[in-house]
Ligand binder design. Structure first.
Ligand code: SAM
Length: 323
């Protein structure tokens, strides 16, 4: 199928887990094994086997030739690198949670974004990681332990049932929201254990018509964001999907902004400013610049899965007063 062909041409991305190693050490370890580090590759699509480089946009990501299999590699087995698609590394970077902060990962399992957030917070502060599915949450526990995370509190249950006014969440400033979606952007599912489980979700939902399904998903996604914005100290709330449908992306964001006047989108300069592909303006109030504040990736063409990221921030008191 086309998806399988596309998957073959997507580079193999390896996120360097800074809980266990550094970028420099990881590069040296690969070089020692006979891999060649390339400073400025011509075309990532044609990276030769056993060559690798650093990612252009994300400072903790290595890019390897598409056919590289690292599943039994010692750096992977020991948790020093994490095999994660480039686009799925976007949300934790956009979140910008500071060391010592309190954060929530609302739909966390199997936990790749949670462990990334944990690394960027330097294993300090606290991250509550919610998931409705106990089996998936067990996987999160295993994977985040393997990754050396010490600042994660897994919680089995619905994020929608949590009380934003609970005193234990009084200092939560950062929320990562990666709710279930249609998965329509996923192409590199070939070798990823986690994605098999997403596929099961897909099969169950396939009984509904496509439109009904997207409507249900977008209502759920909207409710997850609405709930997150109720946390009293919420400062940066990052929403992501691996869907290519505007109905789950720009339109969800637009609806949330309309009903939450105290929030706005974080400006482009704090949301992967060097990533060129932004939201679809026609799906988001035309030329207001809002579409520029969100990020999209096109499957295969951008050498990633299809993905969408938006970041809500609380408006300043002054701005609110002026409105
Ligand atoms: N963020 C994860 C990662 O990067 O590894 C992937 C999350 S996956 C797209 C969506 C997850 O949301 C699923 O594990 C699903 O069980 C969970 N979920 C669905 N509804 C939920 C709810 N109401 N509260 C918490 N988790 C929920």
């Amino acid at each position: 199928s086309q998806k399988v062909k596309d998957a073959v041409h997507i580079p193999r991305y390896a996120r360097v887990n800074t809980h266990k190693t550094t970028m420099e050490k990881a590069i040296k370890a690969f070089e020692k094994e006979g891999y060649t580090y390339i400073d400025t590759p011509d075309d990532l699509r044609t990276l030769e086997p056993k060559t690798f480089c650093r990612d252009l946009h994300l400072n903790d990501l290595l890019v390897m030739s598409p056919k590289t299999d690292l599943h039994i590699h010692p750096l992977y087995v020991s948790g020093q690198i994490i095999l994660q698609d480039k686009a799925s590394c976007f949300p934790a970077h956009v979140c910008q949670a500071t060391p010592g902060a309190h954060a929530i990962d609302a739909c966390a399992a199997p936990g790749n974004k949670t462990s990334h957030l944990s690394a960027l917070m330097k294993n300090t502060g606290q991250i509550w990681a919610f998931d409705l599915d106990s089996r998936r949450l067990d996987l999160l526990k295993r994977l985040t332990t393997k990754a050396g995370c010490k600042n994660i509190t897994p919680v089995h249950g619905s994020f929608l049932e949590t009380d934003p006014k609970d005193p234990k969440f009084a200092n939560v400033e950062y929320l990562l929201l990666d709710p279930s979606c249609s998965g329509s952007g996923i192409i590199s599912r070939l070798d990823h254990l986690v994605d098999d489980e997403d596929e099961q979700e897909d099969n169950e939902a396939a009984e509904q018509s496509r439109e009904d399904r997207l409507t249900n998903l977008s209502e759920f996604q909207t409710s997850i964001i609405q709930h997150a914005l109720k946390f009293p100290k919420a400062k940066r709330v990052v929403y992501s999907t691996c869907s290519i449908h505007a109905q789950e992306n720009e339109r969800v964001v637009k609806e949330v902004l309309e009903s939450n006047p105290e929030f706005e989108l974080a400006s482009r300069d704090t949301v992967l400013p060097t990533w060129e592909r932004r939201g679809i303006p026609e799906e988001m109030d035309g030329n207001t610049g809002r579409a520029d504040a969100v990020v999209r990736t096109i499957p295969a063409e951008d050498l990633t899965n299809g993905f969408f990221v938006a970041c809500f921030v609380r408006k300043s008191g002054e701005k609110r007063a002026l409105e």
